[in-house]
Write a protein that binds this ligand. Structure first.
Ligand code: GLA
Length: 391
């Protein structure tokens, strides 16, 4: 069992208050940042995330009447409860808003043959910043998945659970996302980044200790909102699939970077930047993994910045706030910086020498203030434990 985290204790207390009994168990799952490898997951490529210390916890007990109740504890201590749902009757499209995430997981597990139709009471508490591109919704889904599997007494491979959670998000919630975030939340371990080859499905832990190199990964939550249920993400994903079909390859992962220029001319002009991003980004992940393995962490900086430029100029998923975060961190001595996650808002990361922390932070805050943008939230990210049972 993982150690009891503050969200786990809060979820257990709230459960006791609401249901006047202790939960049968508490499970939690972390948010993530992706060191590098963006928009590569749904192209069968490579990603390199690590788990944040921030977690979403789910206190849970089984029911026998087939009903799923879900309540969530807000930052103000208030509890919001979704309309109770009958698990056996869950159908995609029937649950709207935040409740679609936990209900979708129950639906996906049911479809998978996991005995969840008895129902359950779930109470959620967490500290993963919501809407910040740090995977709060995936952390919620992964914690719910572990809770429902735990109540059902079913043990499953983490990579399989990630696929079931992805299915709930794609088919129930209606967000066409890849498998990066669920895999990160479920498979990451402390002090490591997770090198995940989506095609092979084999997670590999790579030691990642920035502090030992006098560095830190600073997260800059721009507070610019983002969502992947609307069109921008899906349009790019569809563009990648169209390009792969034209090139006659199963996925863009199969485009050889040494032949990139020759490959691009075979594509309609509007698809070329998408392909260039995916192919070069996969390459950057492999180079980053190599640098981590050989302890050359500082050399990762330029790869992060190249990733950002590619996401900004070729993939076109950055935004003003993300560019300001990256540029102002670099101007104050960051070794590299990039947006993380799907884009259109959310967070950026900067690789910063520890002694430049103050300067970088001041520069970022000043960059936002000078454009009258909301004050971003900054924190140092330490690779933390993946999802697990807390009690
Ligand atoms: C979002 C999605 C992931 C991945 C990233 C971009 O976070 O949920 O599957 O595609 O965007 O790398």
């Amino acid at each position: 069992m993982t150690k009891v985290t503050a969200p786990a204790a809060k979820a257990a207390e709230a459960f006791q208050r609401l249901h006047e009994r202790a939960p049968e168990g508490v499970w939690s799952a972390p948010g993530r940042v992706n060191l590098i490898g963006e928009h590569t997951d749904y192209n069968d490529g490579y990603v390199l995330p690590f788990a944040l210390p921030h977690r979403i916890a789910v206190a849970a007990s089984p029911r026998t009447d087939g009903v799923l109740t879900v309540s969530t504890l807000g930052d103000d201590g208030g509890v919001q409860s979704a309309d109770p749902a009958v698990v056996a009757d869950l159908v995609p499209g029937t649950v709207k808003g935040w409740a679609a995430y936990p209900s979708g997981v129950a639906w996906a597990l049911r479809e998978q043959g996991v005995p969840v139709t008895g129902g359950a009471d779930l109470v959620i508490a967490g500290d993963v910043p919501a809407g910040a591109g740090l995977s709060s919704s995936h952390a919620l889904e992964c914690a719910v998945a572990l809770a429902l599997l735990g109540l059902a007494g079913v043990d499953a491979e983490r990579t399989d659970i990630a696929r079931w959670v992805q299915r709930s998000e794609n088919d129930f919630v209606g967000a066409p996302t890849g498998i990066l975030d669920q895999t990160a939340s479920l498979c990451c371990i402390e002090a490591h980044a997770l090198f995940y080859d989506v095609r092979s499905g084999k997670p590999e832990q790579v030691a990642f200790d920035a502090a030992a190199s006098g560095l830190e990964v600073l997260v800059i939550d721009t507070r610019a909102s983002h969502t992947h249920v609307d069109g921008g993400y899906g349009a790019r994903r569809a563009g990648c699939e169209r390009a792969a079909a034209i090139l006659g390859v199963p996925a863009l992962r199969d485009v050889d970077s040494a032949e990139l220029d020759d490959t691009l001319v075979r594509l309609p002009e509007e698809l070329r930047p998408l392909v260039r991003h995916v192919v070069t980004e996969n390459d950057r992940v492999l180079r980053t993994v190599e640098l981590l393995r050989t302890g050359k962490l500082a050399d990762v900086g330029p790869l992060l910045s190249a990733s950002h430029a590619s996401l900004r100029d070729d993939y076109r998923v950055s935004c003003l706030e993300l560019d300001i975060a990256v540029d102002s961190a670099m101007a104050a001595g960051a070794l590299g910086a990039r947006m993380v996650g799907g884009g259109f808002g959310g967070s950026a990361i900067a690789l910063v020498p520890v002694e430049r922390h103050g300067e970088v932070e001041r520069s970022v805050l000043a960059g936002f203030a000078s454009r009258s943008l909301a004050r971003p939230r900054l924190f140092t990210a330490v690779p933390s434990a993946g999802a697990g049972r807390d009690r």
